[in-house]
Design a protein around this ligand. Structure first.
Ligand code: P61
Length: 470
């Protein structure tokens, strides 16, 4: 038999190939881990990929949070850190970058996203109020609950169906939001919490038409609208690609328009903004800002550093400008899509359409014989690590935690394992290795057994929970 002629990626898809808009200046060696070592490490980690040592990991797709490669410019920025306690010049660079790129008036740095979530939740939620949002996120919902709020999911139904091909599965269902307002009264709604590319739904975007409509509804009822801006740049890419009228507009322009409909935003800068640590909180209202600026000194640090070193703020300011470049975002999402296309072609069940930051394996269809209470998505993550040393993350019943009132497991429709792609870190060859490992695990799926939880922490249990094989 003769081998078929090798084809480049572009040829396989009937187009010219594209490549990343950067070249590599410094490398970080990876360690190959043997099967014996992986078996030992997994048992030691209680079958929880969060408890693995990174030295025991080959390709790390746990998260895109804080794992990006910074540019030479960002590293140069680190060298001009002004570590003054108050009024660091790097803070003003950061303030300027957020104002220019996101359009908000007042900015506070925070140590990372959840620091900002804590502040906004404490200031903007009164005990007993409701916080509608387009699907929960673990830390966001926890801070809303700790502030006495009740999270209500108002995302469109399509978001809970991994096979539905809706182009904007992150959209708010306006009828659900209106029904909540009618039932509870507008004064009982703390604010609407809107995330761009919805993490738990598979990195699914919100359309510009949807945020305009949500804004209109909020204005009619006097309700504030805050954004989780963590992956809003990636959201802007999908608007440019899919929504009529945006093909000729830059990602930077789309981002600014999107934010113009909101009263503020919190940000985990460890994602879109291309830094290893950092976050920020931004609002437009003066009174609200005054309260937040007072509270930041309690939890984070002075309002001109918020838990960050001056050098971190400089790298962040530069990262913000780099993050909105069209070529960068296109190649970043293109890489995620490349992996998704391979897996789709091979019949492996993943959330469709492929989102911005990760491939989400659909563990319900991957392991139909493992009931949800036996943690099928956690099992996929464990098996993938065993097969090749690739680290992924459970996003199913373990992540969903327990119902704050009844104490029973929350049982989300989506039972997913996330292969999260760090920005500017891995190559196409790494994606091939990942795809082949997923296939190897899928090929032996029928003989795989589920897990039992043996240790369960009270808050955000998935981070530190332990499991054993059934
Ligand atoms: C992640 F397993 N995300 O995706 P912080 N909003 C959004 C996030 O994605 C986010 C935060 C706020 C992480 C890290 C992580 O259950 C988990 O800077 C949309 O991490 O504090 C973080 O920002 C919080 C992983 C967080 C998790 C919570 O990997």
């Amino acid at each position: 038999m003769t081998n078929p002629t090798p084809q480049t990626m572009g040829q396989q898809f009937g187009r010219r190939s594209w490549a990343e808009p950067w070249k590599i200046k410094m490398v970080e060696p990876l360690r190959m881990v043997s099967r014996d070592e992986r078996e030992r490490a997994l048992v030691e980690a209680g079958y929880n990929t969060f408890l693995l040592r990174s030295d025991d990991v080959y390709i790390d797709l746990l998260t895109d949070s804080g794992t990006s490669a910074m540019s030479d410019r960002q590293w140069a920025g680190m060298m001009i850190g002004d570590e003054s306690y108050a009024g660091s010049r790097n803070f003003y660079h950061l303030e300027d970058a957020v104002q220019r790129r996101y359009g908000f008036r007042h900015i506070l740095p925070t140590h990372q996203g959840r620091g900002a979530e804590n502040l906004i939740s404490q200031v903007a939620i009164k005990a007993g109020q409701f916080v509608p949002g387009n699907m929960y996120f673990t830390t966001t919902r926890l801070h809303q609950e700790l502030a006495g709020g009740h999270f209500v999911d108002v995302i469109i139904d399509e978001a809970h169906d991994p096979e539905d091909l809706h182009e904007f599965k992150g959209n708010v269902d306006l009828a659900k939001l209106q029904a909540l307002i009618d039932r509870e009264g507008a004064e009982q709604i703390a604010y609407v919490s809107l995330a761009g590319t919805v993490n738990m739904a598979g990195g699914q975007p919100v359309s510009m038409a949807n945020i305009r409509a949500v804004r209109e509804l909020c204005t009619r009822h006097g309700i504030r609208l805050f954004l989780d801006a963590t992956r809003l740049v990636e959201n802007s890419f999908f608007i440019q690609e899919r929504e009529a009228g945006f093909a000729e507009r830059s990602i930077a322009e789309i981002l600014l328009e999107f934010c113009s409909y909101a009263d503020g935003a919190w940000m985990s800068a460890k994602k879109d903004n291309l830094v290893n640590i950092g976050g920020w909180l931004a609002v437009n209202e003066d009174d609200l800002f005054e309260e937040l600026r007072n509270l930041v000194v309690v939890y984070e640090g002075l309002h001109t550093y918020g838990g960050l070193a001056g050098r971190d703020m400089e790298a962040l300011a530069i990262g913000i400008d780099e993050s909105v470049q069209d070529d960068h975002v296109r190649s970043r999402i293109g890489q995620v899509r490349y992996l998704g296309e391979l897996l789709t072609d091979w019949g492996i069940p993943i959330v469709q359409p492929v989102g911005g930051h990760a491939i989400f394996l659909d563990a319900r269809r991957f392991y139909p014989h493992i009931p949800q209470d036996e943690f099928p998505a956690q099992t996929v993550a464990a098996e993938l690590y065993l097969d090749s040393g690739i680290r992924s993350m459970e996003r199913g019943i373990a992540s969903a935690g327990r119902n704050a009132t009844t104490g029973d497991h929350n049982r989300p429709k989506l039972e997913l394992t996330r292969l999260t792609i760090p920005r500017r870190v891995y190559t196409q060859a790494h994606m091939d290795v990942v795809a082949e490992s997923v296939k190897a695990v899928y090929d032996v799926r029928e003989s795989t057994r589920g897990l039992r939880m043996t240790y369960e922490p009270k808050y955000l249990r998935f981070f530190q929970a332990r499991f054993e094989r059934l």
